[in-house]
Design a protein around this ligand. Structure first.
Ligand code: NAD
Length: 360
């Protein structure tokens, strides 16, 4: 496989790269290009352990730059594309939706166009090529307490500009299968947590705020439900779909771990009380309820029967072990957190990034 990973300096993309270049990888990777714009969410520190691997190459670039993408596809005779690159934070999409349309919709379109051109060249056997688009369960909208979990046939009913932009990109991917016969597949996953998650998202935000003695802001009544999945499980599911997923199909991925935000925050606080007790009181005392996010979906839940039945994937982490592993990771990587707090994590900001680094 010669894989082109977009957004590989972000949370899930960097976990995916570390996993597929590790010894226990299920993929036979000859070359892996990490193509990332290094937005505020991109952090090459996540990949420092593999930066000298000769299979690995980093190229700084924007997925909207079709010419650059096309030339890289051709130069490296790419067989597989995994599209993680996105604007991914719902709150930011409420403040400024345009960036979401640009990257998530236009960017995905340009990638598909470049992939279409590549397939038309028939340099490699196209039956070996695949374009995997990484998407979210948020495209399905919201559930009431007793509704059945989302399956692949649920209608798309996105409620935030983020979810709407991901829904649009999913539709484009689908259309490139039906109209042009491209070997594409889409995954729709629930909320992820684990190492290297940027601390604007609920779990790392709560861990870091707790440790810094700050408030732990909880939207509304804290009863919004998410189905939490450890990022390692998500990455394994993506590798499975990349290998065996059927062209034109979509696969839901979830953790069978529905929790309210309040339960998540309480779990973090009580774990921290044990792992890093405060001089006095509990981290629970730092909880504070804040005005709800507009359009805040009440509940997401994933029915992941299809990927289990068709491809044999099941999550390995349960939430109790996964959250403990995650909190321990943040406690052990205070230097990583520190660089984010003092804004020295993103080497592009410091003018230190070389635009292309290929170790081969
Ligand atoms: P992230 O925000 O941590 O990382 C996104 C990465 O994409 C960053 O490295 C950023 O620099 C890069 N990027 C942004 N715009 C780009 C552009 N125009 N060109 C090239 N690179 C660009 O996101 P994440 O949490 O790792 O999510 C990855 C993907 O998974 C997204 O598509 C997201 O919608 C999807 N997803 C995320 C979750 C979750 O819980 N985090 C759940 C389901 C699906």
């Amino acid at each position: 496989m010669r894989i082109f990973v977009t957004g590989g300096a972000g949370f899930i993309g960097s976990n995916f790269i570390l996993q597929v270049l590790s010894k226990k990888s299920v993929l036979d990777v000859k070359k892996l290009i990490n193509f990332d714009k290094l937005s505020y969410a991109g952090n090459l520190d996540n990949l420092s352990s593999i930066k000298h691997d000769t299979r690995y190459c980093f190229v700084e670039g924007d997925i909207c730059d079709q010419e650059l993408v096309s030339s890289l596809f051709e130069d490296y005779d790419i067989t597989h594309v995994v599209n993680f690159a996105a604007e991914s934070h719902v709150d930011r999409s409420i403040e400024g939706p345009e960036a979401f349309i640009r990257t998530n919709v236009i960017g995905t379109l340009r990638l598909l166009q470049a992939f279409k051109e590549l397939c038309a060249k028939e340099k490699a056997d196209n039956t070996q090529r695949k374009f995997l688009h990484v998407s979210t369960d948020e495209v399905y909208g919201t559930l009431c307490a007793n509704d059945p979990a989302f399956s692949e046939t649920n209608p798309y009913l996105p409620n935030s500009p983020y979810a709407a932009s991901k829904a649009a990109s999913d539709h484009l991917v689908r259309s490139y299968f039906h109209t042009f016969g491209l070997p594409v597949v889409t995954t729709n996953c629930s909320n992820n947590y684990g190492p290297y998650q940027f601390p604007e998202k609920l779990i790392p935000l709560m861990i870091l705020n707790a440790l810094e003695g700050k408030d732990l802001p909880i939207y509304g009544d804290g009863k919004n439900v998410r189905d939490w999945l450890h990022v390692e499980d998500h990455c394994q599911a993506i590798a499975t779909v990349l290998l065996d997923g059927k062209e034109g199909e979509t696969y839901n991925i979830g953790g069978n771990s529905e929790m309210t935000n309040l339960e998540v925050v309480d779990t973090i606080c009580t774990s921290l009380d044990k792992l890093k007790p405060k001089d006095s009181g509990s981290y629970l005392d730092q909880k504070t309820f804040v005005k709800d996010r507009p359009g805040h979906d009440r509940r997401y839940a994933i029915n992941a029967t299809k990927i289990e039945k068709d491809l044999g994937w099941i999550p390995r982490w349960n939430f109790a072990n996964g959250i403990k592993n995650t909190i321990e990771w943040y406690l052990a990587h205070q230097d990583w957190c520190q660089k984010i707090s003092n804004q020295t994590y993103n080497r592009k900001r410091l003018g230190l990034v070389e635009q292309k680094v290929d170790n081969a």
